[in-house]
Design a protein around this ligand. Structure first.
Ligand code: SAH
Length: 435
């Protein structure tokens, strides 16, 4: 019984990656508040400028989060970077890294097939590599990035949530959700989040650091491995969808998220070979970064966490709105839809008597009518100590009906009977949105 000391109490996010973990003694600890060491022993001694990038990477997101309102954090404090990993590098970069070790460049391809194709990073499995080179290659390019600290399952084992500890003690979470016909991984893009949305548990804790591309990919590889190994009820399977709806603001960690999207979607041995159409990047609405993403030639879906049709309320619910207003965010979203042909998913957490009034449904309908959009209504998962709670069922139905009457495709997430069941599988609607 590996999870006997933990039960799920509640989730705080549409993606069930923000639970309250409860120990045997009943003490509740918001996962975002799991103690994180302020410093790693020896981290300051490593030499060279500490940086949030994995060692060896030179690209950094430039200017995409400049000018954020006070209290929001686009760039984390400088820290020791995660160790460099194969999944941080494109195929040319991997060959160069292998050459730097004094080994033949084609070894990079072999190593990549092990990691992305066979989902292994254990040198003992790599029998096509000379025994003497295996440990060196794995040591240099396949460092263990994430250690599973806790695992929770629900829905008869078809929903699996993992709390991961990174090399520096930072905690992140991912969730695997298996449905008939598809498997979705919800991944974190940052440890913590700097966007400070007041209804979101991660937002309350602030930003710890950006994840490297390989740390993001590692969450998916772990899920793919569990699926391939038959650990998830339903028989061996593959990941079909990845949603960036765990901890963090993906577009505030642009370069690493884009690298992760490439690694997830490039065919083996470049990456895991998941369809680009199965990827959803969810954002608070960082307009310049949405524009840049639209130009990447991807067919990934964009989700925009709107939560209010009017700037007055959105300034409060999604503080980055003080920098980029509703009309600017939606203009960027429609440009994204035009560039990619993909319907944008508009996320709207229904908060009782805050954003769930009929007039706001009508206002939202006017903003979205005729656009390539789908609205995902999510009953708010209250965070501990929050003054907000989910809308009344009748108000949700009214909100949905008014949107539908405006001609806007809309789905309401159905919450199941208990908190546990309601929390698990809440991403279903995002996947169902189609387009
Ligand atoms: N930062 C990104 C992705 C992470 S959050 C974003 O904001 O889009 C994924 C989704 O969960 C977002 O739509 C977010 O607004 C929503 N969310 C966060 N806390 C929630 C809560 N308590 N109840 C319902 N949805 C929540």
């Amino acid at each position: 019984m590996p999870h006997a000391d933990i039960v799920i109490r509640a989730y705080n996010s549409q993606c069930p990656t923000q639970p309250v973990w409860q120990g045997r003694n009943g003490a509740q600890v918001p996962s975002a508040a799991v103690p994180v060491p302020a410093s790693v022993p020896g981290a300051d001694l490593a030499g060279g400028p500490p940086d949030e990038r994995p060692a060896g990477l030179t690209e950094r997101p430039a200017g995409l989060t400049d000018g954020l309102p006070a209290g929001l954090t686009g760039r984390p404090a400088r820290r020791q970077p995660p160790p460099r990993h194969l999944a941080d590098l494109d195929p040319a970069g991997r060959r160069a890294a292998v050459s730097d070790l004094g080994l033949p460049p084609f070894r990079a391809d072999q190593l990549s097939r092990h990691y992305f194709g066979r989902l292994t990073d254990d040198p003992a499995d790599m029998t096509d590599l000379p025994a003497g080179e295996r440990a060196e290659l794995a040591g240099a390019l396949l460092p263990r990035l994430l250690t599973a600290e806790r695992e929770l399952t629900c829905d008869e084992g078809t929903t699996r949530k993992t709390l991961w500890r990174a090399f520096d003690g930072a905690y992140i979470e991912s969730v695997l959700m298996r449905y008939p016909g598809r498997v979705t991984m919800c991944v974190s893009s940052q440890a913590g989040c700097g966007m400070a949305c007041p209804f979101c548990a991660t937002g309350q804790a602030g930003l710890t650091r950006n994840l490297s591309a390989a740390e993001i990919v590692a969450q998916v590889v772990a899920g793919a491995r569990a699926l391939a190994g038959g650990e998830v009820p339903g028989g061996p399977g593959r990941i079909s969808n990845v949603v960036f709806m765990g901890m963090g603001e993906p577009l505030a960690n642009y370069a690493h998220v884009l690298g992760a999207v490439r690694r997830l979607t490039d065919p083996v041995p470049g990456g895991l070979g998941i369809s680009q159409r199965g990827i959803t990047v969810s954002t608070v609405g960082l307009v310049p970064a949405i524009g840049r993403l639209a130009g990447e030639g991807l067919s990934a879906r964009l989700a925009v966490s709107l939560h209010a049709p009017d700037d007055g309320l959105r300034d409060e619910l999604v503080p980055v709105n003080r920098r980029w207003k509703v009309t600017e965010v939606l203009a960027a979203a429609w440009a994204y839809a035009a560039a990619t042909g993909r319907r944008v998913s508009i996320e709207y957490a229904l908060i009782r008597d805050v954003n769930d009034q009929a007039w706001r449904a009508d206002a939202l309908g006017r903003l979205l009518a005729g656009q390539l959009a789908h609205v995902n209504l999510i009953p708010l998962n209250p965070t501990p100590g929050s003054r907000w709670t989910a809308s009344r069922p009748a108000d949700m139905r009214e909100f949905e009906a008014r949107l539908a009457a405006s001609g806007v495709p809309v789905t309401v997430r159905d919450t199941r009977g208990t908190q546990i069941d309601g929390a698990c599988g809440q991403l279903a609607a995002t996947d169902r949105a189609g387009g």
